[in-house]
Design a protein around this ligand. Structure first.
Ligand code: HEC
Length: 170
């Protein structure tokens, strides 16, 4: 063994010892089991009708324009408080995405999860648009949200969609 080799071997050994020390230091804390803390007593209908739909309705009623007997009317919030209020409704939508994905609620680990995540994504876009009071982005977020609702209903309970009317139609 020449000198060159013995030096590199020493470095290799040093490296090995160092990585063993690093590994043991980084050992993750014991995983906390929180499963029993979830309260999923609200069934799917209640979660939809009492939590998700009221918040989403406020978002849809707060974007776009209407033309009626009184003339042209903008639906967007006109005050900082108004925008803060719709931002809070969008936050409910974000979190409902998580509620739908909880063990005991999630119907499968497949499309259901994608739609649940889509809900949170659309909600975050609406929150961002409300924070910056960007009407165009807020409207787009509402449209994206609507498409997530209908896609999930189409897949899991198609008959629900008949109860909705296209918000762009009014
Ligand atoms: C991840 C899937 C999923 C998403 C996303 C979803 N829903 Fe639902 N929704 C369901 C299912 C499943 C039902 C049927 C529940 C039942 O009858 O047991 C339902 C039912 C409903 C109902 C009927 C509740 C009742 O009283 O019978 C309403 C209203 C509703 N959803 C609104 C919405 C709105 C608004 C959105 C979007 C903002 C949305 N849902 C997004 C899965 C979803």
């Amino acid at each position: 063994m020449n000198k060159q080799n013995s030096v590199s071997l020493r470095w290799v050994l040093l490296f090995l010892v160092a990585s063993l020390v690093a590994c043991s230091a980084e050992e993750p804390a014991e995983e906390v089991m929180t499963e029993s803390a979830y309260n999923t007593e609200l069934n799917m209908q209640e979660l939809m009708a009492l939590v998700l739909e009221p918040a989403s309705d406020i978002l849809w009623d707060s974007g776009g324009w209407v033309i009626d007997a009184a003339g042209y009317e903008e639906l967007y919030p006109t005050t900082d408080d108004g925008w803060e209020y719709v931002r809070a409704q969008a936050a409910i939508v974000v979190e409902t995405g998580n509620m739908l994905a909880l063990p005991g609620r999630a119907v499968d680990n497949d499309a259901w999860m994608i739609y649940s995540e889509g809900l949170s994504t659309a909600g975050l876009l609406a929150m961002e648009a409300a924070a910056t009071q960007n009407k165009e982005d807020f409207f787009q977020a509402g449209a994206q949200l609507y498409s997530v609702c209908t896609a999930c209903h189409q897949a899991y309970n198609p008959e629900i969609n008949n109860r909705f009317v296209d918000p762009s139609a009014d």
